[in-house]
Design a protein around this ligand. Structure first.
Ligand code: GDR
Length: 361
């Protein structure tokens, strides 16, 4: 039997690399669209893929060029296409709305159009985002919650979501969107606040920095583990009918909670190191996000497993490791959360082992 072929846009990113691993493990032939420059700079631009590089088929292409995407789809003829690529940094979308909207909306549209024209049987996944809910109109947010985006990034994701639905309804494509809440891991880009914090703590421990500049510490997010969220993407494409799903843990913590826990796990008090910089505040903030993943849990059989504290610990340990610090040796009692500061945090704490307790919905 020939292997199923999957094509991933954004394969070099955090989610792309986890998804590629999952698909390889399930026997897929995995293809990825990458920028041409990445192929010439594998050490840096393909760093997350290096352990599996030889198992992948990478093709140059750009979200800005319909011709390049058409060419890749014609060549690969995938059975499943996971569209993860985007200008994904919300902050940057305030600096350059034009490129965010152009790249994200056109890129999604080009891929959908090329699939419709070349491989209409190909199943399509679009990475939607909790940023679509923005200034939330309902708590927690589920698939029926109205959108109220707060950035051009959010607008681009809402447009992609509607394009995906329209191709499903108008042309019969198996096309669906995952509305993914924040998902992190040691592979997260350094521009996002979670990784900025854990790598910042590691640098402070290593004596390479003496403070950490952050923006709004009071923003609340629903943070899960990226490796688990890509499993939900795959499950969405294995259903009898294409539908949209929220993917979230259902638990919410603030940026302050994230910093507090990261520093505490390193035996430090975040208040001694964190400096808030008004420049890092966003012109329009998304203050609080909490996802209701009941539909994914019930219909896909998906469950979030890694709780907040285990996630923070895993990221911190990896960043400490990369600067030559073994967190478990350098910090007494770091095997348990037994620091002087007191929980509860903004959300409810998971078990001490960090395993997420079954969400209460
Ligand atoms: P977000 O992630 O915008 O939620 O989007 P990010 O980590 O950038 O911000 C989370 C919250 O932290 C606040 N914040 C800071 N953010 C950054 N990046 N840097 C800082 O120094 C800082 N200080 C405070 C932000 O204001 C914000 O409230 C992520 C991305 O992965 C999107 O692509 C994805 O769609 C959503 O998650 C779900």
């Amino acid at each position: 039997m020939t292997a199923r072929r999957a094509l991933i846009s954004g394969i070099t990113g955090q989610d792309g690399s986890y998804l590629a691993e999952l698909l390889l493990a399930r026997g897929y032939e995995v293809h990825g669209i990458v920028r041409r420059v990445a192929l010439h700079d594998p050490e840096n631009r393909l760093s997350r893929l290096l352990p599996i590089r030889d198992c992948l088929h990478l093709h140059p292409g750009s979200l800005e060029s319909y011709a390049s995407l058409h060419q890749v789809l014609a060549k690969v003829q995938p059975h499943e296409c996971y569209h993860l690529a985007a200008q994904s940094f919300v902050s940057y979308s305030f600096d350059d709305e034009f490129s965010t909207l152009n790249t994200n909306i056109n890129g999604t549209h080009y891929l959908l159009a090329a699939i419709k024209n070349l491989v209409p049987e190909c199943r399509f996944y679009f990475s939607g985002s909790s940023e679509m809910f923005g200034k939330v109109e309902q708590v927690p947010q589920n698939e029926d919650t109205p959108f109220h985006h707060r950035s051009s990034y959010g607008i681009s994701k809402v447009a992609g979501f509607h394009l995906t639905r329209n191709y499903r309804e108008a042309y019969g494509l198996y096309a669906c969107s995952g509305i993914l809440f924040n998902h992190e891991s040691p592979r997260r880009g350094h521009e996002f606040v979670s990784r900025k914090i854990t790598s910042g703590v590691a640098r402070i421990l290593a004596g390479k920095a003496d403070r950490l500049c952050l923006g709004n510490l009071d923003a609340l997010r629903d943070w899960g583990h990226a490796r688990e969220y890509v499993e939900a993407m795959w499950l969405m494409l294995q259903q009898p009918q294409p539908e949209d799903y929220v993917v979230a843990t259902g638990e919410t913590y603030s940026v302050r909670d994230f910093a507090q826990l990261s520093f505490a796990l390193a035996g430090l008090d975040y208040r001694d190191f964190v400096v808030t910089d008004p420049e890092l505040y966003r012109p329009a903030e998304v203050n609080v996000l909490t996802g209701d993943a009941t539909k994914a849990i019930e219909k896909l059989g998906w469950t979030p497993k890694t709780g907040f504290s285990a996630l923070v610990r895993e990221m911190l340990e990896a960043d400490c490791d990369s600067v030559g610090i073994d967190l478990s040796l350098s910090v007494p009692h770091s095997g348990q959360i037994s620091h002087p500061w007191q929980l509860p945090l903004a959300g409810q704490l998971t078990g001490v082992d960090g395993v997420l307790q079954q969400p209460g919905f």
